[in-house]
Design a protein around this ligand. Structure first.
Ligand SMILES: Cc1cc2nc3c(=O)[nH]c(=O)nc-3n(C[C@H](O)[C@H](O)[C@H](O)COP(=O)(O)O)c2cc1C
Length: 321
């Protein structure tokens, strides 16, 4: 069993933070499927401090554990202010984002830009740890670009100031999401730190999990769970030496409808349906002739329409699957 600070992680899969996706509904769904820890989408330090209605909703971590809330920013003072607010949130871990590659975040000096300024990254982490009542973790990339892969040097400094775990997405900032995650670096980090190392990048199947589980203390999965939270069950079954049955398309449709229904309860139908236009098609991955129906889901306008699309697809599939 893995421990991050005083938080016990009893199951092997850690669900990665995905902006626009890892909301309350998604986190709860992944916990129901047997995740060991669920991470929330990144929230700006200033937004947390000057809470508006949207941020308040993002700070609702009630009734699902273990969970981690991620903050991003570039100023030690405002990051510490955010950490003070997070003390009263019902999450278990506070994570600092040092991996976000998008320009909007990089321009502010936050996310992966912090990997270019180790002193600032350490200062921010120190200030956050000083005020946080929760274990503080950091999620980073290998470095800013291929010429500056400084993850080991930064992680060692962060370990020295009291970080409880490091999650490493094994790509540089300049790689964005291109190429393959390089797990050799995760192994190196694991060999060199005493605190837990969470490995992340391109885990999409049980075989990927088996190939990399010993490279680190826990595996974090992001895109590989989209439309496939069943992978968590498959990994748990493998670890317990239990049989795992192939998931039927009916079961996939049931979970897609549940995911959508819960998201509607959280955000209202308009917003939820817009978000599920992007997420929903993933539930059809690998199914026979799914592209037509994926396109329909990508353009749907209501929950009723989603149900009709799935019914039509079910009739089409019959016993083809
Ligand atoms: C749509 C999307 C949103 C993401 N949002 C976040 C985020 O809010 N915070 C973060 O640390 N990483 C974020 N990431 C990065 C993922 O957490 C993860 O590190 C990356 O996708 C690699 O893992 P994977 O191959 O398992 O998806 C995001 C990635 C994607 C594709």
């Amino acid at each position: 069993m893995l421990k991050i600070g005083n938080v016990k992680i009893k199951k092997p899969v850690i669900v990665a933070p995905l902006a626009g996706i890892s909301n309350d509904t998604y986190r709860k769904l992944c916990l129901e499927f047997g995740a060991g820890l669920v991470c929330g989408e990144m929230i700006s330090d200033k937004a947390i401090y000057y809470q508006n209605k949207k941020t308040l909703a993002m700070l609702d971590f009630s009734n699902h554990h273990p969970s981690s809330l991620q903050i991003f920013g570039s100023d030690p003072k405002t990051m510490a202010n955010a950490a003070r607010v997070v003390n009263d949130v019902d999450c278990d871990i506070l994570d600092i984002n040092m991996g976000c590659p998008v320009n909007k975040v990089i321009k502010t000096g936050a996310g992966a830009a912090l990997m270019k300024d180790e002193d600032l990254a350490v200062k921010i982490t120190e200030e956050v740890i000083k005020v946080s009542k929760k274990p503080v973790t950091v999620k980073m990339r290998l470095g800013y670009d291929s010429k500056h892969l400084n993850y080991l040097s930064l992680a060692k400094k962060l370990e020295a100031v009291g970080v409880s775990a490091i999650a490493l997405h094994a790509r540089s900032r300049s790689q964005m999401y291109e190429g393959q995650a390089n797990w050799e670096h995760i192994k190196i980090l694991h060999e060199n730190l005493k605190i837990p190392v969470i490995g992340n990048g391109d885990i999409k199947t049980l075989t990927d999990y088996i190939n990399h589980k010993d490279d680190c203390d826990a595996i974090m999965i992001g895109r590989g769970l989209l439309g496939n939270p069943f992978l968590i069950q498959e990994i748990n079954a493998y670890e317990k030496k239990k049989e795992f049955k192939v998931i039927s398309y009916q079961e996939k449709f049931k979970v897609l409808l549940k995911h959508t229904y819960q998201l509607i309860k959280l955000k209202g139908e308009d917003v939820a349906i817009k978000e599920m236009r992007g997420i929903g098609p993933h539930y059809l991955n690998g199914l026979y002739n799914s592209s037509v129906y994926k396109t329909k889901i990508a353009h749907m306008n209501s929950y009723k329409e989603l149900k009709e699309i799935l019914k039509e697809y079910e009739e089409y599939l019959g016993d083809k699957q």
